[in-house]
Ligand binder design. Structure first.
Ligand code: NAD
Length: 458
């Protein structure tokens, strides 16, 4: 395997050095090929996603296929503009001169992806790498094996395989890939492996984007439209891959006096969406595999929370399904409050004063996203100012990542670097400054011999 990876990396470097992938026409041809995959193979992709995650067709289309199409279309529409050198002003220091910033591809790039949105989180960074003129290896997650092999087949069929390659496999293959020299690495997954990626990249001084996770908090104030808030929380939690989503609300913070109302609203909206037997609802994804099912079961079986389940709790091990489950007043030292949940369980923490919620959030690692539901202008302002997170939603959850004008990425423990829209192109481009001068405009003060008179002149 190592030899194969080595050969692939060497071939990609030769192809990059040939200049082929820098051409606008090549980039466009590859973006069009990617768009064709997302249009002509919709059914096959939906089947793979269903096999891996039990994703409903609606979710598979909306969250993955439509998002890939939209990323391709945007890049196709904007590429010419993005590639243009950006003219910038110059100062008296370099007068007379002109300057520009040239977006240069990094070169040979590696995308290591994860399993929860295996199409989108693999193909969107590849679209970014291609748009910026790089060659790229995609290493999809072995955990979503059906989707991984579907992507390998389709990219092999449609893309220029001399410049865009897929290497399938797990730890062994990823480790072999990480031994090679890359010019940029884009990794999505957990922070433990993020550290492995960063350490491997350090050997070659390779810049890295780490799209990691964390516990995304959601403050719910009492002066809100509760039904709308409950629906949005449900949509961002259980309606996003059964909570197996990096930006899903991980836990809720509300006041002691308001918690019961919130639980009631969640309960009635959940029933409206998923019926009385949510474990068997086809609208809810399954848990990816038995390892994660057991991990989530452990969180529920923890004696510190088992008596505190106020909604759901039902499990179907054979079909890897867990009902939407809400836990009221999960203790700070319970397992569920000390690791990223990444599943359909939602603890609610209660505080005396809603502003205490902000202190609670800032006492923990920086999350990938943080949310607040409130009509209180001061609380909104304080939340935005004091909470450091990858992104923030006010009266909304998860939706900020659908906005192409906003960069998407983490901070601190939730990652580094960002992408989406033009930020994706920038993520895979070195911003090369170029200063142009002629042969006039000489100032003797810059040259020796250095005299006090020359210093005065400056
Ligand atoms: P995963 O198990 O698929 O691992 C991610 C990638 O790392 C895979 O390609 C895998 O082969 C590789 N890998 C795993 N162990 C490795 C090792 N020891 N050495 C080298 N490579 C290794 O996915 P996961 O980590 O379970 O993903 C879930 C995590 O990802 C959660 O924390 C979630 O929040 C985060 N996530 C973040 C984003 C984001 O955009 N920020 C999106 C989705 C998921």
């Amino acid at each position: 395997m190592a030899v194969c990876v080595e050969t692939a990396a060497a071939e990609l470097r030769d192809v990059y050095n040939s200049g082929k992938t820098r051409a606008y026409e090549w980039r466009v041809s590859q973006l069009k090929a990617m768009l064709k995959i997302a249009i002509h193979h919709e059914k096959e992709i939906i089947e793979a996603l269903n096999s891996d995650l039990g994703k409903h067709e609606h979710e598979a289309f909306l969250h993955e296929i439509a998002a890939v199409r939209s990323a391709c279309r945007m890049a196709l529409k904007q590429l010419h503009r993005w590639m243009k050198p950006e003219k910038v002003k110059t100062s008296m220091t370099t007068f007379p001169s002109s300057a520009e910033i040239v977006s240069e591809p990094f070169g040979v790039t590696l995308v290591i992806s994860t399993w929860n949105y295996p199409i989108l989180l693999s193909l969107e960074p590849v679209i970014a790498a291609i748009s910026a003129g790089n060659t790229v290896v995609l290493k999809p997650s072995e955990v979503a094996s059906a989707t991984s092999s579907t992507m390998s087949k389709l990219l092999g069929q449609y893309m220029d395989v001399s410049a865009v390659k897929v290497v399938e496999g797990g730890i062994q293959e990823t480790s072999a890939l990480l031994e090679q020299k890359w010019d940029k690495i884009f990794y999505t997954g957990n922070s433990k492996v993020g550290r492995v990626v960063l350490a491997a990249a350090a050997k070659h001084l390779t810049p890295v984007i780490l799209e990691l996770g964390g516990k995304c908090p959601t403050i719910v104030d009492s002066d809100i439209n509760l039904t709308v808030a409950a629906r949005r929380i449900i949509s961002g939690k259980w309606g996003c891959n059964s909570g197996q989503t990096c930006v899903s609300p991980d836990y809720i913070i509300t006041t002691k006096g308001y918690a019961a109302k919130l639980v009631d609203a969640l309960s009635s909206e959940l029933e409206r969406f998923y019926g009385k037997d949510p474990v068997n609802s086809k609208d809810m994804s399954k848990i990816i595999n038995s390892r994660h099912f057991e991990r989530l079961s452990k969180l529920l079986d923890d004696e510190k929370v088992s008596g505190k389940i106020v909604i759901g709790g039902q499990r179907d091990e054979a079909n890897l399904k867990i009902a939407p489950t809400v836990i009221l007043d999960a203790p700070e030292d319970s397992l569920i409050m000390n690791e990223e949940i990444f599943g359909p369980l939602l603890p609610i923490i209660t505080v005396n004063n809603i502003k205490d919620g902000i202190n609670l959030i800032t006492s923990k690692e920086k999350p990938l996203a943080a949310y607040v539901f409130t009509n209180d202008k001061k609380l909104k302002e304080e939340f935005v100012q004091r909470v450091s997170a990858g992104g923030i939603g006010v009266n909304e959850v998860t939706l900020h990542l659908a906005e192409d004008t906003l960069p998407f990425g983490g901070v601190g423990e939730s990652g580094m670097g960002s992408y989406h829209g033009k930020f994706s192109f920038d993520a895979f481009s070195h911003k090369k400054p170029v200063l142009y001068r002629g042969f006039n405009g000489e100032i003797s003060a810059r040259y020796p011999p250095y005299t006090p008179r020359k210093l005065k002149f400056l």
